[in-house]
Design a protein around this ligand. Structure first.
Ligand SMILES: CC(C)(COP(=O)(O)OP(=O)(O)OC[C@H]1O[C@@H](n2cnc3c(N)ncnc32)[C@H](O)[C@@H]1OP(=O)(O)O)[C@@H](O)C(=O)NCCC(=O)NCCS
Length: 390
């Protein structure tokens, strides 16, 4: 028996993968062989999704066709929109997303088709429709008319258009597109692992995605970006940052958006996001959230170095809030926005898990646990009938 208790499986390899590689020491992230910094600079979200699903970069023609196919799948079935309109307006966007996604299976005739081609088709539907669910829900809960997807816009511009009701400027759409590229994939993190565990049971793709969304919603994973914005709102002014951070650290609390289970240096995505945040702040004149984030980063790094003797760096969730806030995205949508990108990585992993491309054979995940509960010998404890129990 290999014991990995209390490690959260850190350092344990559970499968082979061809999708991405993370080098935590060097601060490198690679999607199917391509460095994330190169992709952020040169690629688009649609091209990155193609790379995830088809394992190679597309030709110009292939990309054109793929973009058209993705755009044509953005609409939601009327039944789903009707359901969303009946929900309580206070429902949390991640809960709406997590419950609506499995409903899409009702409208997919090939949901149980067990071929790679069918799974890619379902992936395209999921990747195309998820942003529509998020944008529609935000408008429905605010009693605003929904903005139907526009097939002539790219994925990033179309999302901001459906959400805010107006076309973003070219640079804002490009920045948001880069954010989507950066969030698309990150190896065996909690949500991806959850998706793969469910995929290993041969459940369908919508079920696997529901599990991944549940895992992403927690604040130690995708929920960290919303928690960072809450912190920014609470601190509000740079001169209050030192006192606020120290009181949290004194109370043994964690500062959201800082530190990483794998990166022991700069998370390459955080570095790019901090640059986008700075440029966006300069361009729009709304510098408050970028400057406050920078101040918090400095204080947390200095304090944790003093207190723990360790360098702790910002992670992917630290600078995205200051970007999304300026783009007019509400804080409780930050994690769903993470999901509309990460769905591409999840789909690639679900396919890899189901079709056992990278590992020698597909096996259902089944770790063990040491039983440390009540024990009364092999016969079991004496069962006292209910009426005799005081
Ligand atoms: C992501 C996270 C869970 C990784 O934790 P980890 O694997 O224990 O990280 P490390 O081993 O590098 O931590 C080293 C020390 O710094 C502390 N530390 C790490 N991140 C911290 C943070 N954000 N705030 C305060 N202290 C932190 C740890 O508690 C640990 O202290 P210890 O040695 O006394 O136990 C942790 O950094 C965290 O909770 N961050 C905030 C949540 C977040 O942003 N999540 C999104 C991740 S993408």
């Amino acid at each position: 028996m290999i014991e990995t208790k209390d490690t959260g499986l850190r350092g344990v390899q559970v499968a082979d993968t061809k999708i991405s590689a993370v080098d935590g020491e060097k601060g490198k992230l690679i999607y199917r062989g391509y460095d994330i910094e190169t992709l952020a600079k040169n690629s688009t979200f649609e091209e990155t999704v193609y790379l995830m699903l088809y394992e190679t970069l597309p030709t110009r023609k292939e990309l054109e066709i793929f973009k058209e196919t993705l755009a044509s799948e953005r609409h939601l079935p009327v039944g789903i929109i009707r359901h969303m309109k009946k929900r309580k307006k206070t429902a949390r966007p991640m809960d709406v997303l997590q419950s609506v996604i499995p409903m899409l299976a009702d409208f997919d005739d090939t949901v149980l088709a067990n071929t790679k081609g069918a799974q890619i088709k379902t992936s395209i539907k999921l990747i195309a429709k998820m942003p529509t669910i998020v944008a529609y829900w935000d408008r429905i809960r605010k009693d605003l008319e929904i903005r139907k997807p526009d097939e002539t816009f790219g994925a990033a511009a179309n999302f901001l258009y459906m959400l805010n009701g107006k076309m973003p400027d070219v640079q804002t759409a490009k920045d948001f597109d880069t954010c989507l590229v950066l969030h698309a994939e990150h190896s065996f993190n909690a949500s991806t692992f959850a998706a793969r565990v469910v995929a290993s049971t041969r459940a369908h793709m919508y079920a696997c995605t529901g599990a991944a969304l549940a895992a992403l919603s927690g604040e130690l994973h995708g929920g960290a970006n919303t928690a960072v914005m809450k912190m920014l709102f609470e601190i509000d002014k740079t001169e209050r940052a030192g006192k606020w951070i120290n009181s949290k650290l004194d109370a043994g609390e964690r500062i959201m958006g800082m530190g990483h289970a794998v990166y022991k240096t700069w998370d390459p995505r955080a570095k790019i996001l901090s640059g986008i945040s700075e440029q966006l702040a300069k361009r729009t004149g709304n510098t408050k959230w970028y400057e406050l984030s920078r101040k918090i980063e400095t204080v947390v790094r200095e304090e944790l170095k003093k207190r723990k003797g360790k360098e702790i760096y910002p992670n992917v969730d630290f600078y995205s809030p200051s970007i999304y806030c300026v783009m007019g995205i509400d804080p409780d949508l930050f994690t769903p926005v993470f999901a509309i990108s990460r769905i591409s990585g999840w789909c690639a992993h679900i396919i890899e898990e189901k079709f056992a491309e990278a590992q020698p054979k597909a096996v259902i995940y089944r770790p063990e646990a040491e039983y440390v509960g009540r024990y009364c010998g092999l016969e079991g404890c004496m069962y006292m009938p209910l009426e005799k129990r005081e």
